[in-house]
Structures are given as C-alpha cells and as structure tokens.
Design a protein around this ligand. Structure first.
Ligand code: ZN
Length: 100
C-alpha cells in the first residue's frame, strides 16, 4: 500500500477517535482515545487539523473537552477570539475565530 493511502487511513482513524473522545462520557476513556489518536498522528507524522490541535493543552498535553475540563470565554471587546482555559493546569489560550 502506498504511504499516501496509509496516511489517509490513519487520518480517518484519528478523526474518528477524536470525535468519539469528545462524545465519551467517561473522562478516562476519553483521555485514552485522545492519547491513542495523538500516537497515531505522530507515528504517521500527520499534521492535524487546527480544530483537533486545539483540543490538546499545550502545557500539560491533556485532552480538553470543551465545557468539561476546559472553559471557553468570549473575548470582551470583539467576538473574534475566545479564551480557552485548561482546568487541569490553568493554561489559557486565545483561539482566534475565523473572520466571517
Ligand atoms: Zn493543561
């Protein structure tokens, strides 16, 4: 099988795992799926979509489920950015929302 095809399959697998981790009610299981997804991505050197990369805390590497172990707040002045706080290590990011 060609590498490109393998990468495509791996990417699909990662996306399925992340989607399933987001829906998972068990935090531990969600974290396991998220870690597995990241391992696959690393093994195949996949460049993950921005939306997926956003889900991993850059400091403690924890998978963050919006509304569960991360907090999202809209910026004060304009609604073009949100602040995401990792509730485990307290790291705060700014996520810039796509313009229009
Ligand atoms: Zn964190």
């Amino acid at each position: 099988m060609k590498t490109e095809r393998l990468k495509e399959l791996a990417r699909e697998r990662v996306e399925i795992l992340v989607a399933s981790a987001l829906k998972e009610k068990d935090d531990e299981l969600a974290a396991k799926k998220a870690i597995l997804a990241k391992k696959i991505a690393m093994r195949f050197r996949l460049r993950l979509a921005y939306d997926i990369r956003q889900l991993y805390c850059k400091r403690c590497k924890q998978f963050m489920v919006p509304g569960r172990n991360s907090r999202t707040r809209l910026g004060r002045s304009n609604a073009k950015a949100v602040r995401i706080t990792c509730l485990r290590c307290g790291h705060v990011y700014h996520k810039i929302l796509r313009a229009e």
